[in-house]
Design a protein around this ligand. Structure first.
Ligand code: ADP
Ligand code: ADP
Length: 238
């Protein structure tokens, strides 16, 4: 479904590649965790997949189509097929859970004060359904700043799900959560992955968490893939 061919990224002025000659493909059924220390290139990797990152070299393909050949509208369509969750949730403050979830229908750019009136009943029903899937029904109309970290990330997941994506990308989605909450979020993500047949690709820095949930584990170091395989074969020496 996703193919990276010889992908490198070097930021302007940097002496080394942030991502170096990555050659990989990902298919439906994979629940991939990407391990690596801070600065290893994990965020750059995720941004390269959804077309947000300008590549220095190489190509990324989605369903066989090259991202760099796409116009803005085609890229927008691809990003709608790729739900995204973030370390700091990226929710819109002063808006309710359901308003935040509905922004997923537009992508992340809309900033309307009163979104509710703009949506059809079908879309409102969809929003309620994904909110119930992340077990937040009783918080539907609560402002997001009143939620706990784990609840905020569940809003982030619901916002991704309302796009009905085929791919779910996560950039350190549990890095600011405690271990118990992190586990709960991963359980939820694994369940979505299986039920909705989502290709899931998530950055984590917690090795135990990655080993527990991944079906395929990648490790990045200095922009290079130093491990790609089943979690049980990964040791800290990698
Ligand atoms: P993270 O925890 O996501 O790795 P970082 O502190 O590395 O957070 O990065 C935060 C933001 O700053 C990101 O948008 C990243 O692209 C940008 N950034 C990181 N390192 C640099 C750098 N050396 N120069 C400029 N921007 C950077
Ligand atoms: P990670 O997510 O694993 O922490 P990143 O992909 O954020 O790694 O960063 C990889 C390398 O690229 C780091 O050396 C970081 O400082 C650098 N970097 C990241 N974003 C930027 C940016 N916008 N400008 C310049 N350097 C950056």
């Amino acid at each position: 479904m996703i193919e990276m061919k010889n992908v490198s990224v070097r930021y302007p002025g940097a002496k080394h590649d942030a991502l170096s000659e990555v050659h990989l493909s990902f298919n439906k059924g994979d629940f991939i965790c990407i391990l690596g220390k801070s600065g290893a290139g994990k965020s750059t990797f995720i941004r390269s997949i959804n077309g947000l990152q300008k590549l220095t070299q190489g190509e990324v393909y989605f369903d066989g189509k090259q991202l760099s050949n796409m116009n803005e509208e085609q890229l927008r369509q691809v990003r709608l097929e790729m739900g995204m969750i973030f370390q700091l949730f990226n929710l819109i403050p002063r808006m309710s859970v359901i308003q935040n979830v509905l922004t997923g229908i537009f992508g992340y750019r809309s900033n309307f004060k009163n979104l509710i009136g703009l949506f059809s009943n079908k879309e409102l029903e969809q929003a309620k359904r994904v909110i119930s899937e992340v077990e937040l029904t009783e918080m539907t109309n609560r402002r997001v700043e009143l939620l706990s970290g784990g609840q905020k990330q569940r809003v982030g997941i619901a916002r991704a799900l309302i796009q009905q994506p085929r791919v779910l990308l996560g950039d350190e989605p549990v890095a600011s959560l405690d271990p118990g909450t992190s586990n709960h979020i991963f359980t939820l993500l694994k369940d979505m992955h299986q039920r909705l047949d989502l290709l899931t690709i998530i950055n984590v820095h917690d090795i135990d968490l990655a080993k527990r949930y991944a079906t395929r584990l990648l490790a990045l170091k200095d922009g290079k893939i130093i491990f790609d395989g089943p979690p049980e074969e990964f040791t800290e020496k990698n």
